[in-house]
Design a protein around this ligand. Structure first.
Ligand SMILES: Nc1ncnc2c1ncn2[C@@H]1O[C@H](COP(=O)(O)OP(=O)(O)OP(=O)(O)O)[C@@H](O)[C@H]1O
Ligand SMILES: [Mg+2]
Length: 272
């Protein structure tokens, strides 16, 4: 089972949006996917219209009050399940974070996910590289880091790479950087283009995911409606294709052999 932590040093860069839409895109390729939030704000649940704070979720699994299988929320896609934050009231955020970072709670949670037959777990981290994100990385196989297409974003790259190195050296030598994913890209804005150019030209090949997530009003509409962009219209909007591309790129990087060959992979006949 692969565990991908969606993490970034900066807040509001598109972690939750990417986790949600990528989760559905991965599920549609046949991967049994669990989307779980480690952010006490509960944005993932809110983005799905699961604003019911009385419903148990990860908070109860961490304390052992509930088993994972009893609190998983099934979705319209049989391969996608969601584990929302549970009964976390804003005054007990510190308690939630303590539960996530105490002892072996996260690894026990992931063992339960494995026992449920999930192929992939996507963790929606809170903003910043604090103790919750660190704990996610200590238990993840991979980290995917959204970078907002704006100049300050590049400054945060070194910080997340340093954390990945530290976690590798201390608790989790198997942790791998899946890649950075450029989000909120606007080709009409020069600064946005500059960031993309720097990423493509100055970073080693493979560090940046091929798919780019554009800035699009539909994300705001989607979060108001509590839906991934794919489900916003009867016919999937072109925006949804970006997440199919991202999912395909993610699967290639996780295990090249897992992806069924496509027509594009067929060798071109020799000319002579
Ligand atoms: N590509 C995009 N285009 C336009 N708006 C976007 C895009 N991605 C995200 N948004 C909007 O930007 C806001 C922040 O996005 P999101 O919640 O996904 O970021 P985050 O990194 O998870 O934030 P936090 O650090 O607070 O958890 C949301 O209102 C979301 O709808
Ligand atoms: Mg978020």
């Amino acid at each position: 089972m692969h565990v991908v932590s969606v993490s970034s040093q900066k807040g509001g860069v598109g972690k939750t949006t990417i986790a949600l839409n990528l989760g559905l895109a991965l599920a549609r390729t046949g991967q049994k996917t669990l989307l779980t939030e480690f952010d006490a704000q509960g944005s993932l649940g809110l983005s799905l219209g699961l604003a019911d704070r009385a419903r148990p979720g990860i908070a109860e699994v961490l304390t052992g009050a509930e088993q994972l299988e009893n609190v998983l929320q099934r979705t319209r896609d049989p391969n996608l399940s969601v584990l929302s934050v549970g009964r976390v009231d804003p005054t007990t955020v510190a308690g939630f974070e303590d539960a996530l970072t105490r002892g072996q709670t996260v690894s026990t949670l992931l063992d339960q996910a494995k026992a449920q037959g999930f192929d992939l777990v996507l963790i929606d981290c809170p903003a910043g590289l604090g103790k919750v994100t660190t704990r996610a990385l200590e238990n993840a196989s991979h980290v995917l880091s959204p970078l907002q297409a704006e100049p300050l974003a590049l400054r945060s790259v070194g910080q997340i790479l340093a954390l990945v190195d530290r976690v590798r050296a201390t608790k989790n030598p198997k942790l791998e950087l899946l890649g950075f994913v450029l989000s909120m890209f606007d080709r009409k804005v020069a600064a946005s283009l500059d960031v993309a150019e720097t990423l493509w030209t100055k970073f080693p090949v493979g560090v940046v995911m091929d798919a780019i997530i554009p800035r699009d009003e539909m994300f705001l509409e989607a979060s108001l409606r509590g839906a991934p962009v794919l489900l916003m219209q009867k016919k999937p909007p072109p925006l949804a294709r970006r997440f199919d591309q991202l999912a395909s790129d993610v699967l290639d990087r996780l295990a090249p052999s897992q992806k069924a060959p496509t027509e594009d992979d067929t060798p071109i006949p020799l000319l002579v």
